[in-house]
Design a protein around this ligand. Structure first.
Ligand code: PLP
Length: 353
């Protein structure tokens, strides 16, 4: 470690992204990417893109992209914040709304970045245990003194909270910010809770184009909330990275939003493969949590997941294993194509023999 490293930087444990191996090609079921390519409208937009335009800075406001997103989600442009991935939107929320030492609360088993950002921005973390069944019990959040981060569907469990539970959380905590991370909502058969931002000034909804729009490599994410909340995020953006979205990302984002059929088609296909894969894994003896996302969280009860993870990797199939209390028996398996899932199941069957 450098002697110049700050105490704060020395203390944080950085986020560990899922493996992105560059050595050989795997069946990649470890980072919840989409197995299908992005919309044809996206491909057209990239084909039309003028490289010469890169000599100019992009629109710092990403105005056309925000207008397109506002139209798509039934909001005003002032209720939309555009970011380079939803992780960036989350970081700006941490910077805009909390002071050092403020408490933030989130489930003990959830997206790992909430903890990393809490540490990075020197906030106090409260981890609220999921129930025995790995569900979020909203009653457990009633008396938590802290702003809330809820992934819905949750990751890595895949479990969904119904909209009325989200609303109950918002009503229970009127003086706390409630950030709902909807990275996987397009795979759930439940609408986004963006429509609630009109009614609740303590709601910030975060979404990404990395999963259901097959654009993880592009870095596009959004936050939706009341105009004053969005203005708060803009203050940070203009104090940190005013040109956070490059010209190509802006064009790609607009094109993705123009294809209204795309998400429905992709999500339908993924759900079908997901439900089939669930049944197959269950018939092999797995417990599979009921998933509303594009991944499964599954275990062989009483068996650690690390060995199966390693054996699958040796066979060229990458899944995710978290060596953490409560979930070390589980594997998180991204839903790939039907063929990829058949290969996975065949290999699991052989390994269990
Ligand atoms: C994948 C994921 C993100 C990050 O998405 P990016 O837009 O690629 O930064 C955020 N939250 C959750 C819960 C995720 O699973």
């Amino acid at each position: 470690m450098s002697r110049f490293l700050s105490d704060g930087a020395a203390k944080i444990a950085p986020y560990v992204p899922g493996e992105q191996p560059q050595d050989k090609s795997y069946i990649k079921l470890n980072t919840n990417e989409c197995p299908y390519g992005p919309s044809l409208l996206v491909k057209d937009a990239i084909g039309r893109f003028q490289a010469d335009s890169l000599r100019l800075y992009p629109d710092p406001d990403a105005g056309r992209l925000k207008e397109a997103a506002a139209r798509a989600y039934g909001l005003a442009p002032e209720q939309v914040f555009a970011a380079g991935g939803s992780d960036e939107a989350l970081a700006y929320a941490f910077m805009a709304f909390f002071d050092r030492g403020d408490p933030v609360a989130y489930p003990d088993i959830t997206y790992g970045f909430y903890r990393v950002y809490a540490d990075l921005f020197r906030l106090e973390s409260r981890e609220i245990p999921l129930t025995e069944d790995y569900a979020i019990d909203i009653e457990a959040y009633r008396d938590v003194a802290g702003h809330l981060f809820i992934a819905n569907p949750n990751a890595p469990t895949g479990l969904l909270l119904p909209t009325d539970a989200i609303e109950a959380l918002l009503r229970q905590n009127p003086d706390r910010l409630v950030v709902v991370d909807e990275a996987y909502i397009d795979f759930a058969e439940q609408p986004s809770c963006v429509s609630l931002v009109e009614q609740y000034d303590n709601l910030l909804v975060v979404q990404t184009f990395s999963k259901s729009r097959a654009l993880a490599g592009m870095r596009l994410g959004f936050a939706f909330g009341s105009a004053p909340l969005i203005e708060g995020l803009e203050r940070i953006k203009y104090s940190f990275n005013p040109y956070n979205l490059d010209r190509l990302s802006i064009e790609v984002g607009i094109a993705a939003l123009a294809d209204r059929q795309y998400v429905e088609t992709i999500a339908g296909r993924i759900r079908k493969t997901r439900d089939w894969t669930t049944k197959q894994l269950e018939s092999l003896g797995f417990q599979v949590l009921p998933s509303a996302s594009n991944f499964l969280f599954a275990r062989l009860p009483g068996r650690e997941g690390a060995a199966l993870y390693g054996a699958l990797k040796d066979r060229g199939i990458l899944v995710r294993h978290f060596p953490k209390p409560r979930i070390s028996e589980f594997l998180r398996i991204t839903i790939g194509t039907d063929e990829e899932m058949r290969t996975l199941l065949q290999n699991v069957t052989e390994l269990l023999r």
